[in-house]
Design a protein around this ligand. Structure first.
Ligand SMILES: COc1ncc(-c2ccc3c(Nc4cccc(C(=O)O)c4)c(C(N)=O)cnc3c2)c(OC)n1
Length: 340
């Protein structure tokens, strides 16, 4: 008899898969930073990698598998066949085309939409109850595209949005205050400006200065001009550094990966552990802040097992609301021009 049969006496059949299985589509720098963060933070014990290029897939899978003894025996699988994603609790989409020389943002979005058309229906076919977490840029429009192509309810289609912008914002504020980033609270909402080399997208992300606080003490109550041009300490530079730091990282190392991977892992942890904590993610904003289009923008959302379970009703200034409305308008136009 086979050694394993002599070694192990059967008691009951194996369960096919865990209920915290996570799929990562796209094994580029961002996809693998997500994969590594999920595994090293024990968010999932069952990770599937899918992409188009077999060798890279197999190499990344083997390299992670060899770390299993350090990763609480997590299972890592990889395939070009989307059947390998079956039963995923969450599907993270990092796949996307690179902007070509002289390619417009709209042309890039159409190419990524074509790619999504090949990916999203397959994910949903194998995991009809999944939650889609879109990371590919431009993330807000592509989260809309994923929602339309998936047929899933909008609360189960989430974009990483300004989650990373908000953590950069809090880090930079904490540097100025000499405090821990987790003790400085601040939210960046609106449209995530992708670093597609165009003019630095200061207009897109909206820092909610009225909400920046330490232990509930609002910086705006101390300095009403904070974040505005009148502010002599130029705190508005923090907002501009949030956007320019992404360009700076791309200039220095060619791409960004570690922070987005960690932020995606944190979002997955909120969903899988049903923790109902609040994160800035891209969600359907129809019906909020006077917005009525089928547009995805980042707002503070309560994430749980069902995906986006509630949205925090922010008290925004007229100017903040206007900037959301502007973003919603330009995105609705881009979306009208797309062939889904
Ligand atoms: C069955 O038809 C079909 N099948 C697969 C694809 C497709 C195309 C591009 C894909 C893709 N991106 C990709 C692949 C090849 C080139 C490019 C590019 O930047 O031009 C981008 C990725 C990824 N990891 O970024 C992952 N999956 C893809 C899948 C596709 O795209 C239209 N169509």
């Amino acid at each position: 008899k086979r050694l394993s049969v002599q070694l192990l006496s059967p008691v009951t059949e194996r369960v096919p898969r865990s209920d915290s299985k996570v799929t990562v589509v796209g094994v580029g720098q961002v996809g693998m930073a997500c994969a590594f963060s999920l595994l090293s933070q024990n968010v999932t014990s069952d990770l599937a990698l899918v992409d188009m290029v077999e060798d890279k897939l197999k190499g990344e899978m083997m390299d992670l598998q060899h770390g299993s003894t350090f990763l609480k025996n997590a299972t890592v699988t990889a395939s070009t066949d989307y059947a390998a994603t079956a039963g995923s609790r969450i599907c993270i989409v990092t796949a996307g085309a690179r902007q070509k020389e002289g390619e417009s943002r709209l042309e890039l979005v159409q190419r990524n939409t074509d790619i999504f058309r090949a990916i999203i229906p397959q994910l949903v076919r194998h995991s009809p109850d999944t939650i889609l977490l879109v990371v590919s840029n431009p993330v807000d429009v592509l989260t809309y595209v994923a929602w339309k192509l998936s047929g899933l309810p909008h609360h189960r289609v989430i974009g990483s949005g300004t989650n990373l912008d908000s953590s950069r914002f809090r880090f930079l504020l904490s540097q100025r205050l000499g405090l821990a980033p987790t003790s400085v609270h601040g939210w960046i909402i609106g449209e995530h400006g992708d670093t597609s080399g165009e003019d630095e997208c200061h207009t897109l992300v909206v820092p909610v200065w009225s909400g920046v606080n330490v232990a509930g003490v609002r910086l705006r109550d101390i300095d009403p001009d904070i974040g505005s041009a009148a502010d002599h300490e130029k705190w508005s530079e923090v907002h501009h550094q949030v956007v320019s730091s992404a360009y700076e990282i791309i200039r220095l190392k060619g791409y960004t990966s570690w922070a987005i991977g960690l932020s995606v892992s944190a979002l997955c942890q909120s969903i899988i552990r049903n923790s109902h904590d609040v994160s800035a993610v891209s969600t359907l904003v129809r019906g909020h802040h006077g917005l009525d289009g089928e547009v995805f923008l980042s707002l503070p959302c309560i994430l749980g097992g069902g995906g986006v379970e509630q949205i925090v009703r922010l008290r925004l200034t007229e100017e903040e609301t206007d900037r959301l409305r502007q973003s919603a308008g330009t995105m609705a136009k881009v979306q009208e021009g797309l062939r889904l």
